[in-house]
Design a protein around this ligand. Structure first.
Ligand SMILES: *Cc1c(COP(=O)(O)O)cnc(C)c1O
Length: 369
């Protein structure tokens, strides 16, 4: 069986370095917000090209601290509208509603699966105060078009970069540095994955970085003083140590992902299957390789029967989830088509050439009748 993602195989290769990191960590005696978190923040800010990086407990908390931070700074207030893509993972939308803001869902562009700037502009109102863009599946949103819109309407642009560590825009800026503030997740399955929960905020906004530093740590300004009502959303010290090991290999691993994606693009030819086209591979880090088929469920079962595991990202759109029953009568035909047709093929840096070939051959041999 070709697994969709074998996390043990992904992490086993770093075992010796992880053990060395663990030993240093154990002997440091400093288990929360120690040297490893500080060093990781410096290294990841340098990697993304931002002035600041703040280690946070996970990706959802990172997004929420950005919104709470901007509320504390008086830039956002309760009830402000934030535009989000309707086809994203539910965590994106939760970060908005959990912080007292109103998520306004936007239809994506079916060719890129990312926000369609024309659709975004259509739903801007006087209450719109921010756009939360997602680099879905590892592909950057349309940076220049969204930047033009936020300038024109004086909005914040926030990035959900949970799937796009290392993606580079045509102007050389990386994911994490193409907005006012970005949230990363280092959940184990992500391109840069910890061995547990972890996340970060990157930004060039010094005031935001400062308020998030306090907010992740009870709102503390010093040991005995708290100037805002905060949380406990700190990045774990041991996860920071593991992330420092894996950050060194992120570009190599992303290039392996691009190589596999290139092979899929060049060799998958089946009239029942649609493959999105990408002009610039640097803008994509292929967190997921997502194809579409009207016969998606048949295709998934067929692949499994020939020993290939695939996944659906995501089968149920946010507006059809019970958690968001207030949206249940909304009509998002493009989003619903995406959720009905998408299928993610196995793609990870540990895949062998024979496995890639087996996936290609199996997909090409699929016939829907
Ligand atoms: C993984 C993910 C998140 C949430 O990150 P966690 O670390 O699991 O909280 C948010 N948005 C997107 C697009 C994700 O893929």
């Amino acid at each position: 069986m070709i697994k969709f993602l074998d996390l043990k195989r992904i992490n086993k290769q770093y075992e010796v370095e992880f053990q060395k990191s663990f030993k240093n960590f154990l002997c440091s005696g400093s288990y929360v917000l120690g040297n490893e978190v500080t060093k990781f923040e410096e290294e990841f800010a340098l990697y993304c090209g931002t002035k600041y990086c703040k280690g946070i407990s996970n990706g959802l908390d990172a997004l929420q601290l950005i919104f709470e931070g901007y509320k504390t700074l008086g830039v956002l207030k309760e009830g402000d509208e934030v535009i989000v893509p309707a086809n994203t993972y539910i965590a994106t939308v939760l970060s908005v509603s959990n912080t007292g803001l109103i998520p306004v869902l936007a239809e994506p562009d079916i060719k890129t699966y990312n926000l369609d700037p024309k659709e975004v502009e259509k739903i801007i109102t006087k209450r719109t105060k921010a756009i939360l863009g997602v680099h879905l599946y590892g592909s950057l949103y349309n940076v220049s078009a969204l930047e033009t819109i936020v300038k024109k309407y004086n909005l914040l642009l926030i990035e959900d970069a949970a799937q796009a560590h290392g993606a580079v825009n045509i102007d050389g800026r990386k994911a994490g540095n193409v907005s006012n503030a970005a949230a990363f997740s280092f959940y184990p399955t992500k391109n840069l994955g910890a061995l547990g929960d972890a996340g970060a905020v990157t930004t060039n906004d010094g005031a935001l970085a400062s308020v998030i530093t306090r907010m992740r740590h009870y709102g503390r300004t010093s040991s005995y003083e708290n100037d805002i009502k905060g949380h406990n959303c700190r990045l774990d010290e041991i996860q920071a140590a593991f992330l420092r090991v894996k950050l060194k290999y992120l570009d190599t691993n992303n290039n392996k992902r691009r190589y596999i994606a290139r092979r899929y693009f060049d060799s998958i030819k089946n009239k029942n299957i649609k493959i999105p086209s990408y002009k610039d591979f640097n803008q994509h880090v292929f967190h997921l390789f997502v194809i579409r088929s009207e016969k998606r469920n048949v295709l998934k079962d067929y692949l499994y029967s020939v020993g290939i595991e695939s996944f659906i990202h995501y089968p149920v759109p946010v507006h059809k989830q019970l958690a968001y029953k207030e949206y249940k009568d909304f009509n998002f035909p493009i989003t619903e088509q995406i959720h009905n047709e998408v299928l993610s093929l196995p793609l990870n840096p540990m895949m062998k050439d024979v496995e890639i070939t087996r996936v290609i051959d199996a997909v090409n041999a699929f016939s829907s009748i």
